[in-house]
Ligand binder design. Sequence first.
Ligand code: SF4
Length: 563
Amino acid sequence: MAATDERSQSSASGAHAAQDAPRRKTGRHRGEGQWAVGHFTPLNGNEQFKKDDDGLNVRTRIETIYSKAGFDSIDPSDLRGRMRWWGLYTQRKPGIDGGKTAVLAPEELDDEFFMLRVRIDGGRLTTAQLRVIGEISQEFARGTADITDRQNIQYHWIRIEDVPEIWRRLEAVGLSTTEACGDTPRVILGSPVAGIAEDEIVDGTPAVEEIHRRVVGNPAYSNLPRKFKTAISGSPLLDVAHEINDVAFVGVEHPELGPGFDLWVGGGLSTNPKLGVRLGAWVPLEDVPDVFEGVIGIFRDYGYRRLRNRARLKFLVADWGSEKFRRVLQDEYLKRQLADGPAPAQPPARWRDHVGVHRQRDGRFYVGFAPRVGRVDGATLTKIAELAEEHGSGRLRTTAEQKMLVLDVAEEQVPSLVSALEALDLRVSPSPFRRGTMACTGIEFCKLAIVETKGRGAALIDELERRLPAFDEPLTINLNGCPNACARIQVADIGLKGQLVLDDAGNQVEGYQVHLGGALGLEAGFGRKVRGLKVTADELPDYVERLLKRFQEQRTDGERFAA
Ligand code: SF4
């Protein structure tokens, strides 16, 4: 893979950054472990293992030792640390209930199987790539494959013995798991309709590709304070959840300079959720990679490394403010000023997932479809690749809403493709419940989980379709299996945070804390935690049904769902 050349080039730039760093300002932020103020002594275990050995280096040990000697040979600091740099997390041992999640030691929760995340930058896939993804799922992952809300595909049940062969097959078709997890530049979200949409402001694909070429697998950026999430979209639909990424480039039309991107930084959910802030800067397409490198450089050098729960870029942005952040970016990293620019316009629609049949600007069509809560399987993915090819397409895209699109379909082929997808239970005209419900991995495989999510999410969709067949309002229902934010509960109309609750008989059972009224796009903001409102998993369909019926009865004309 191309990373070899990148690594040797970037070692030099990484060393240069480290030598430069002590010459920068010193003073009051020293206690946050910032490299830029000369603080290189690790202040926690994560910083220590990253300093001891770069996470990227674990690949050699996986290939030469662990895959041959088996699970028990894996060094603990690789197992629970560096494996992530190659997209590997141990999965939860089956049968351990959510009440034990916070009680057991990590090794008691670890199964000997792994989750493996395939990064799909920009959500861009060829049919050949999807076929390989499907084959790997069937051969090595017991058929599992989930489309994530960051356009990736995740496997479960992976054995360490099979990882080198999986990499070989993925890399043979231009895919990888490099830095799919860990304190790294994660997958770059891109508009699923980049380069094809009739209403596109600017196609961000060249920037996605150049950033990937520069940073992924590059040791200059493989030891960040924490994960670093990127989103780039020139779609007026604002279709990549830009508000909750560490850095985002959002398509805008500058009145004098033309199409380009509005720069956002510091978004993120989980602990202390924050929406990203605009720096008021306009970036032309060709400058996006340089500006990206400036922002990720600030994060690497000035980001907080003392406490893991304060290590995301959003905390630095909150302390500095947008004005200082832009000044440091321009003066210390870019060495030039950025042009001022306008904010993005409000998106023209609430659904941003591109589901349905839509005309491309070249006259052909793309067809977006919805599995339930992103859950597919290897056989279905292989079938989707075959169907796409039978209908003249060689390209697909994943979306940031756990959906998928087939591109480049001739008009006369559309009805046949739609029927074939629907026959696979991949809905092209889904109910609002199927379309708007997302779920994280949950207790089935996640070691941090307290409750089940995927199965409950799918069952909730089926129940609501049965009970409320006429409901036609755009709506988002997001389920998390724990207090983290993998399924973005804070920005859903109905956010469900998994926890143990008491049922009527006083027994501790799986349930959810309810958050209402969150949104991205039109009126971005975090949902309100409904004080005291916790529903048991069994009560969930009744609760959501009551809520939606009340909304239907009481809404005024044009009012969107926001409880
Ligand atoms: Fe796991 Fe919690 Fe993330 Fe769900 S939200 S995938 S349970 S860490």
